[in-house]
Design a protein around this ligand. Structure first.
Ligand SMILES: Cc1cc2nc3c(=O)[nH]c(=O)nc-3n(C[C@H](O)[C@H](O)[C@H](O)COP(=O)(O)O)c2cc1C
Length: 355
């Protein structure tokens, strides 16, 4: 009996399995509005058997976009463009999630295949970035430090984007607290040098994340699963640690989060990451055991038996994969076959079903 292909329920949502699609930016939106690309891109994973598809980092305010081509949810046009995509995911039997994000000092950058690198200047459509402290990410423009009303506006942005996401039909909300973006910038002592109630102690550095969780849970009500992605280490001396991540994860669940999606890194350019298959699984296990909370594991989990073992070992409760889904959008159909798990195929594809 495969654990990977056993269903799981969180609050009011049933997931047909535990092999999920990790959020992946496509840098293909126009004025924050999703396009036909996003529709075909996301729907194919649902045909391919995913239990949950979490759509890419979606900016809650315009200045929170990583690049000018990011998706946003700060207006109703953006909300309405999501609705048919969510329907396509549901029609194919998967749950639909969205990752709500603010890039902070890593906003206003060129998309990966642009001719330029680093920050987009205001003359070319970029904008002034914001952060906990006026410290630039190496090679990017200097942000300005958020004041009290700027922080309140971030919280409000997450709340109203949550409302729009739910109105568009999404089942799951994920708050992006990882990869060196705004909420992670507050968590880490390397990027947060504030001397007010948002800086210094871990309680203070976690205050904005917990306020955002409160606001999103308040908006969403009791039925909606709420995930938080965190970087459980900065991979740099003096940075955020896995032990701190376990504690913050625990607080997050006390504030209404259901699961911590454990990733790592992205805060500083001088990070030293040792990358190997399943390299972030030990971090997931530390956060799960230390925080006594459900977690997902992600990062170079590319094979069915490997994913099954992570769950069987008790290191995580579900698996997110990213690039393997880009290589094979039907990853779950293949993985189920390899594990001998009998799952429902799209009837249109039934003549190709392994039996
Ligand atoms: C094209 C691409 C875009 C990504 N965009 C996001 C994103 O929007 N939000 C996020 O949290 N992680 C993002 N990531 C990281 C993935 O979600 C995932 O954590 C990472 O790729 C490691 O998993 P993998 O080895 O299975 O790909 C992105 C990765 C890729 C390859």
């Amino acid at each position: 009996m495969s654990i990977l292909f056993s269903p799981v329920s969180i609050r009011s949502v049933d997931f047909r399995n535990r092999l999920w699609v990790s959020p992946m930016c496509m840098y293909s939106a126009v004025d924050g509005v999703v396009q036909e690309w996003h529709h075909t891109h996301l729907a194919q994973f649902a045909s391919g058997g995913a239990g949950l598809i979490v759509a890419e980092a979606t900016a809650v305010v315009p200045e929170g976009r990583i690049s000018p081509r990011d998706v946003g949810l700060w207006n109703d046009e953006q909300r309405d463009a999501w609705a048919p995509i969510v329907r396509a995911i549901h029609d194919r039997g998967a749950a639909a999630g969205i990752q709500l994000a603010h890039a902070g000092r890593k906003a206003s950058t060129w998309w990966p295949w642009a001719d330029d690198r680093g920050s987009v200047p205001e003359s070319k459509g970029g904008w002034q970035t914001t952060a906990p402290s006026a410290i630039a990410f190496d090679g990017f423009a200097e942000p300005i430090a958020l004041d009290g009303s700027g922080i309140d506006a971030v919280v409000d942005g997450f709340a109203s984007a949550s409302r729009r996401a739910l109105d568009a039909g999404f089942d799951v909300l994920e708050i992006h607290g990882a990869h060196g973006y705004l909420l992670h910038q507050f968590l880490s002592p390397l990027s947060n040098l504030r001397d007010d109630e948002y800086g210094g102690t871990l309680e203070n550095r976690a205050r904005l994340l917990l306020r955002v969780i409160d606001a999103v849970r308040d908006t969403a009500g009791d039925g909606v699963p709420l995930f938080v992605r965190i970087s459980a280490t900065d991979h740099a001396e003096g940075g955020f640690t896995a032990e701190e991540a376990a504690l913050v994860g625990h607080w997050a669940t006390e504030h209404g989060a259901d699961l911590i999606d454990v990733s790592s890194g992205g805060l500083v350019a001088h990070q030293q990451i040792d990358v190997f298959p399943g390299y972030q699984v030990p971090l997931a296990e530390t956060v799960r055991q230390g925080g006594r909370i459900p977690v997902t594991a992600v990062g170079l989990i590319t094979a069915a038996a490997q994913a099954e073992k992570v769950l069987a070992d008790g290191a995580a409760d579900a698996i997110f994969a990213g690039r393997e889904w880009l290589r094979d959008p039907h990853f779950a159909l293949r993985a189920a076959h390899e594990l001998g798990a009998e799952i429902a195929w799209p009837p249109q594809y039934d003549r190709a079903h392994w039996r």
